[in-house]
Ligand binder design. Structure first.
Ligand code: DX5
Ligand code: ZN
Length: 217
């Protein structure tokens, strides 16, 4: 199966968000990636659940919600009510990660666990079988438009090995600095979902850029 593309709305035009949501609807993108930042877990504040709920009323594809916040377990029901398909929490923000993942599943969502660039994939050994996706940060979270961290490629390969050895179906999503060049390397290393913010929204033809990212082989 070919990889998925999840454009990050962080780089969208908030003065005309509807136009960008409709652009993604008609493109070959698979998911909407929604970045929630609290100014505490990361040094930036983005948007929250009321905005995601509005997006969900016109989005024709699943919402992949990435929570860069402390205590994400407090917000499971709000994320569900906002229309999320996938709820991604950071490994670094969850003391009782197994409980959080169980809560996400009980609420009827897919569960994703996110790793910061410095967090080793080996720490997932005892949770991998319980999660639907691992989101590997390929930049330090907080901002769009940053430079891809090269070391991430070996993390993707090592995580892919862990998943295949154990015969799991866990998806690998990558987020940060993804463009046509890094996207190709990431797909080769085993990434299943490419998040792209700046590469899509700064392009003169975002629908065509999504097509090119989707066509990477
Ligand atoms: C970064 C966010 C990303 C961001 C990616 O903290 O989690 O989703 O929007 O943006 P680009 O693709 O521009 O690096
Ligand atoms: Zn993200």
């Amino acid at each position: 199966m070919s990889h998925k593309i999840a454009p990050s709305l962080l780089s969208a035009n908030f003065l005309n968000l509807q136009a960008d949501v409709e652009m993604i609807n008609k493109s070959e993108a698979d998911w909407f990636h929604c970045d929630v930042m609290d100014g505490s877990f990361v040094p930036n504040i983005s948007f929250g659940f009321p905005i995601i709920k509005q997006i969900s009323t016109i989005a024709k594809k699943p919402l992949d919600v990435h929570l860069m916040i402390v205590n994400p377990d407090k917000y499971i029901s709000q994320v569900k009510e906002a229309g999320a398909y996938m709820m991604n929490v950071h490994y670094e923000a969850c003391t009782h990660l197994h409980r959080t993942v169980s809560g996400i599943h009980e609420a009827g969502m897919k569960a994703g666990v996110t790793l910061n660039p410095h967090t080793p994939v080996s720490l997932l050994e005892d949770i991998l079988q319980d999660v639907d996706m691992v989101l590997l940060m390929t930049v330090n979270p907080g901002f769009g438009g940053q430079k891809f961290i090269e070391h991430s490629l070996s993390k993707v390969s090592r995580l892919k090995d862990m998943i295949l050895k154990r015969n799991l179906q866990t998806l690998i999503e990558v987020d940060g600095g993804v463009n046509l060049q890094t996207g190709k390397q990431l797909v080769d290393a085993g990434a299943d979902v490419l998040v792209a913010g700046n590469a899509v929204f700064a392009d003169a033809d975002p629908v065509e850029m999504i097509h090119k990212l989707k066509s990477l082989k």
